[in-house]
Design a binder for this molecule. Structure first.
Ligand code: SAM
Length: 329
């Protein structure tokens, strides 16, 4: 098992399969993009599959989520999903994507074994999308969402980040759009993970504000009477249900005490927290011929040192040097 010194057990593995993205969302990266990881430094498909197998078969990981960067840009993604689906025990397999290309890939991914997915959608305005993501791709995202639902990857979850003065007036509109289509919307507080280090606490639209905006048009009833467990989203029934909405207050309502996540970057580094300032290199031992026991031991060591919290609200908080796109959101 992947246990840390505070007794938390990591069972949810986030695998970044590329740091590249075809959008340039302003809360994530600058308009010109980033210096992408060099090709030879990226894990090959076989290396990714091998590390996931170690995590699932030796370390108790029960959910594998592919992310990035934009995971649909990785040519071998469908094969990776199929390889994970063939593992015993078979983990849950999910994907976080911006939806561009999903219209074509939703079917093959579902056939390969993908169980569910989250699609990021911050606005329904083509103009705002163009400004926020710096690409005119809203129609592709909407087509991707429809395709995912069409091939049965339900319930499709939608992730939205609200930014003050940009799209924060769209909370109710996004919720109505998702309710009408059976998508489950989750708002995520903007976190200090942008490559430009431009995050300001005062600009962040907080969970409280999001709920206040939604309360204007909808009646929300808490839907997690037993507590949210390790789920980051606080969920609410909308207008008595069955529709639901989630709010992930990563900054103002942190859930570190029940965090069950661990991350593998596209270049083979283990991160025990999104906000970790250190990583554990598995690529070097992997390429030097380490056996599965040795890789598992290194991985256990990486998780053992997980800090109690992400520290965003601590004085002297230091934003990780790796941006979200490289860590894998
Ligand atoms: N490209 C994929 C996508 O768009 O979903 C996967 C990677 S993206 C980094 C994963 C999620 O992180 C997206 O929902 C995105 O909106 C969110 N995200 C990125 N930067 C963020 C930030 N600074 N604060 C909060 N969420 C962020």
């Amino acid at each position: 098992m992947l246990t840390d010194s505070f007794g938390r057990v990591a069972t949810d593995l986030r695998v970044s399969v590329t740091d590249r993205c075809n959008l340039r969302c302003s809360y994530c990266m600058p308009p010109e993009g980033l210096d992408w990881l060099p090709g030879p430094g990226l894990l090959t498909d076989d290396e990714v599959s091998r590390l996931i197998a170690v995590a699932v078969q030796r370390l108790g990981v029960t959910e594998v989520r592919f992310t990035g960067g934009e995971p649909l840009l990785r040519r071998g993604l469908t094969g990776l999903v199929a390889a994970v689906a063939a593992l015993h025990p078979r983990p849950e397999i999910s994907l976080t994507t911006n939806g561009i290309g999903l219209a074509r890939l939703a079917g093959p991914l579902a056939a390969a074994g993908l169980d569910r997915l989250n699609v990021s959608l911050d606005t329904l305005s083509r103009q705002t999308f163009k400004e926020l993501a710096r690409r005119d791709r809203l129609p592709d995202v909407l087509a991707g969402l429809a395709a995912a639902a069409g091939v049965g990857l339900a319930p499709v979850k939608v992730n939205a980040v609200l930014m003050r003065g940009v799209n924060d007036h769209e909370a109710a509109g996004l919720l109505r759009f998702c309710l009408d289509r059976g998508y489950q919307l989750r708002f995520i507080e903007q976190m200090p993970l942008d490559a430009q280090h431009g995050w300001r606490r005062t600009d962040m639209v907080t969970a409280d504000e999001i709920l206040a905006r939604l309360a204007d048009g909808f009646s929300l009833t808490p839907d997690d009477p037993g507590g949210r467990g390790s789920a980051p989203a606080e969920t609410f029934l909308v207008d008595g249900g069955p529709g639901r909405v989630g709010v992930i207050g990563s900054v103002t309502r942190p859930f570190c005490g029940t965090c069950d996540r661990v991350r593998l970057t596209a270049d083979g580094q283990i991160r025990n927290c999104l906000f970790a300032t250190t990583e554990t290199d598995l690529r070097t031992p992997l390429r030097n011929g380490a056996d599965d026991d040795q890789l598992a031991a290194a991985w256990r060591g990486a998780v053992a040192t997980k800090l109690p919290g992400h520290g965003i609200n601590d004085p002297g908080f230091l934003q990780p040097t790796r941006p979200m796109s490289a860590i894998g959101g």
